[in-house]
Design a protein around this ligand. Structure first.
Ligand code: GDP
Length: 764
């Protein structure tokens, strides 16, 4: 310690256990934690030390710019609130603190990277106040040092905008020593990737994996560990973990609409229906008559949605017809459709996709307007359509129902104006409103990488006004709005509620359905996307939140769900009805079972998307998922269960409800050997000299011992040897030595049968 240095006691708002220790040790002789401030460092640092059970500081200290005085005062009011300017820190760790091993592992660059990462994670508090100039020392745990630094400079955190970094020349040192008694804390945001975990604790990845294996968790470097597991493991290494969950809300500040400021906004419409019933034709016909009206040259561009201007108001149509797009959006949490136009061809009537569309809309609670199309055709049968729909609960107003029905022809244009009018009428009932004064929020409805323009995303604004120059985030990407282009290929300066525009300026291509937010400043935008990227990493490493039948009980017990939603698919109408009835009866007082969609036929992508968006599971009876559905289910973590016997399905759901559903295993027979000789080897146990009589034996597989055709043992094959050598497998006709786990009662003429247990594929 240099003679110029002064000492101050540092502590602020620390957890009670630590405070206790410090409070006891507060006397001048023995300071648990010191900050050695060399002359002329920060202008002012104010610190309080509070006793565990007292709100009143028992000591305060302040250091002024010239560090002339260090005094303990008991009056909090005496502490100067003046903000210090940007300090430059040099962090020095007590060499004796460092385990030599870990210190060597951390290169200087890594250390600085870690330091910066940590600062960013801590929401920039330090980045604003500290410029790290020299970090040439060895630090076992960067975050721990920052913890200390952060506490000292906490007063400066509110000094927003003061980013006056000092130059190398002006660099004045602040030394911070880590007291030995301090516990090392690792901040964890719900989960942590194993490799990051090892890094944070300064232990070798392989050591950590080994340790976790000893403790019963088989993990790989990229897997994520949950908070509870991490805290147990961390404890083993002398660390504690701390929940540091990052809250986006802090940045995406509360956007509560102010009723007084809301203005009505145009409805957003999605057109759905069975293939070939005329969805695209209707969208095109409306587009042609309306979009180009009054437009010189009539230039339009396909941006995923278009605006129709009628004398009575505007309507926004989502350009991708069909429920795939609708459900994909919803699956990602974007409910941007206000009204569904269900197209049913008058010459064809209600078809499977008509029903799917109805179920999707109902699940999303979006009102349906029926457009009976192709009325120009001689074979059109409007009543047949009405009858078919009423069976599915879609009843026209004329028949006393709630749905508006409009007869149209995309070919002749008949009824289209009326359809638009009815949409606006329905919109009026819905009282669609938005607050244009809020910071803008929207949904990405289409996105692409354009050769010339870079990432282009079509945004449908929901609230607020999106403007050129705004800082925005969407999914993992952020940027500043450079240009906005509307569906008529016009550059615009801003876009209000329900207005679709192409946005240029994001640093990547966000997924459709991501929400776009305008953020205060670039730093915050970056911080959020950084956090999201990390989160995606941990989700990819197996931390999925989708609904699984096996997890049902735990979720019900935890009060997380009250309803098991099922998408039911079967081979015949008869079995579908039987299943539907049986399944719906299963629920108990804690959870009810609801079939949200049922249909005959293979499980398709649309089923999986619906299940994903509604947190449902897909149940198939005598049918299989197609490849696309299977892949999607894997990506989205949707549970697909296939059954051949109704009873088994009912049984599984019942078991899931009572928490008894365990993963199923199927036995794979491998081979048999007959015992010819018995050897007793000291310290090892009994080894059976055998001849393989069928198939092959593979080391470390399961085995059962048969004597007179009765099973006398079932367990594991502990050793498989040929001539004292361990071998991986022995095939039919060869001799070998076999040791069974925890079993010595082997006899000549016994048969050893070996098998493997394979987890049953749920797509079976
Ligand atoms: P989508 O698969 O639902 O998008 O159906 P399309 O819009 O592609 O239409 C399927 C077929 O029906 C096309 O050959 C259209 O020309 C035809 N079509 C669509 N609407 C009408 C209509 O109102 N009247 C007649 N006669 N044909 C139509």
């Amino acid at each position: 310690m240099s003679e110029k240095t002064k000492e101050i006691i540092v502590e602020k708002r620390v957890k009670s256990t630590i405070i206790r220790r410090r409070a006891k040790q507060v006397d001048v002789e023995e300071k648990p934690q010191e900050i050695l401030v060399k002359e002329g460092v920060a202008e002012k640092i104010s610190v309080d030390l509070k006793a565990e059970d007292s709100a009143k500081p028992i000591a305060s200290a302040e250091v002024s710019k010239d560090v002339k005085k260090t005094e303990a005062v008991s009056d909090k009011a005496a502490v100067d609130k003046k903000q210090p300017s940007t300090p430059v820190l040099k962090i020095v760790e007590d060499e004796s603190e460092i385990s030599k091993k870990s210190a060597k592992k951390l290169s200087r660059k890594q250390l600085i990277d870690d330091f910066e990462m940590e600062m960013i994670k801590r929401q920039g508090g330090l980045r604003k106040i500290a410029t790290l100039v020299d970090l040439s020392v060895k630090v076992p745990k960067v975050s721990d040092v920052i913890d200390r630094v952060e506490r000292v400079f906490e007063p400066t955190r509110s000094a927003k905008g003061k980013k006056k970094g000092l130059s190398q020349k002006e660099f004045k040192k602040t030394e911070i020593t880590t007291p030995k008694a301090i516990k090392l804390v690792i901040p964890i945001d719900k989960t942590i990737i194993v490799s990051d975990f090892a890094k944070k604790m300064g232990v070798k990845l392989s050591d950590l994996v080994k340790k976790m294996m000893q403790m019963g968790s088989m993990v790989t470097a990229n897997q994520s560990v949950d908070f509870d597991t991490a805290s147990v493991i961390a404890h083993e290494y002398g660390y504690t973990v701390e929940n540091s969950s990052f809250s986006e809300e802090k940045y995406i500040f509360h956007r509560q609409a102010d009723q007084a400021k809301t203005k009505s906004r145009p409805p957003v419409v999605t057109v759905m229906g069975h293939v070939d019933h005329g969805k695209t034709s209707i969208l095109d016909a409306i587009r042609k008559t309306r979009v180009t009206e009054g437009e010189a040259g009539g230039i339009t561009q396909q941006i995923g949605a278009y605006e129709v201007v009628t004398p009575k108001g505007k309507i926004i149509f989502i350009d991708t017809p069909g429920h795939e797009a609708f459900t994909a959006m919803r699956a990602r949490g974007a409910s941007l459709t206000d009204i569904v136009v269900l197209v049913v061809a008058a010459d064809d009537g209600v078809m499977p996709q008509t029903i799917e569309a109805i179920n999707h809309s109902k699940e999303a609670k979006v009102p349906i307007i029926v457009a009976i199309n192709k009325i120009d055709k001689p074979e059109a049968n409007i009543d047949k359509v009405k009858n078919g729909l009423s069976e599915k609960g879609i009843v026209s107003e004329e028949w006393g129902g709630e749905n508006i029905f409009v007869k149209v022809s995309a070919k002749t244009g008949e009824g289209l104006d009326h359809l638009l009018e009815m949409i606006l009428l329905q919109a009026e009932v819905l009282e669609l409103k938005a607050d244009p004064t809020l910071p803008a929020v929207g949904n990405i409805i289409e996105s692409k990488l354009d050769k010339g323009r870079g990432p282009v995303a079509t945004v449908l604004v929901k609230e607020g006004i999106l403007k050129i120059g705004d800082f925005v985030i969407a999914g993992q990407y952020s940027g500043r709005v450079r240009a906005l282009v509307n569906d008529r290929a016009h550059d615009v300066k801003k876009a209000g509620p329900s207005e679709p525009v192409e946005l240029i300026g994001l640093d990547g291509v966000p997924d459709p359905a991501e929400t776009l937010y305008v953020i205060d400043n670039e730093d915050d935008a970056k911080r959020i996307t950084e956090h999201r990227k990390n989160k995606i990493r941990s989700i990819k490493s197996g931390d999925q939140g989708a609904m699984k039948l096996e997890d049902l009980f735990a979720k019900v017990e935890a009060g997380k769900i009250e309803e098991l939603k099922i998408v039911l698919k079967a081979d015949t109408q008869g079995s579908l009805e039987a299943l539907n009835q049986a399944v719906s009866k299963i629920g108990n007082e804690k959870v009810k079972v609801t079939v949200i969609h049922d249909a005959v036929g293979a499980i398709n992508e649309s089923d999986v998307m619906l299940a994903h968006s509604a947190s449902a599971i897909v149940v198939g009876f005598n049918i299989r998922p197609d490849t696309k559905a299977r892949n999607l289910a894997e990506v989205e973590g949707v549970d697909i269960k296939i059954y051949r016997i109704i009873y088994e399905l009912i049984d599984d759901v019942k078991k899931a409800l009572t928490g008894m559903l365990k993963p199923k295993f199927e036995e794979e027979y491998l081979g048999r050997a007959e015992v010819r000789e018995i050897f007793t080897i000291s310290k090892v146990g009994v080894i059976a000299g055998c001849t393989v009589v069928d198939g092959k034996l593979i080391s470390r597989t399961n085995a059962r011992l048969l004597r007179n055709d009765k099973v006398v043992y079932e367990g594991k094959m502990m050793s498989l040897k040929r001539f004292k050598e361990d071998v991986k497998e022995v095939i039919k006709g060869f001799e070998c030595g076999i040791g069974l786990e925890n079993f010595n009662d082997l006899k000549i003429n016994d048969t050893i049968e070996t098998f493997r247990l394979n987890k049953i594929d749920q797509y079976l």
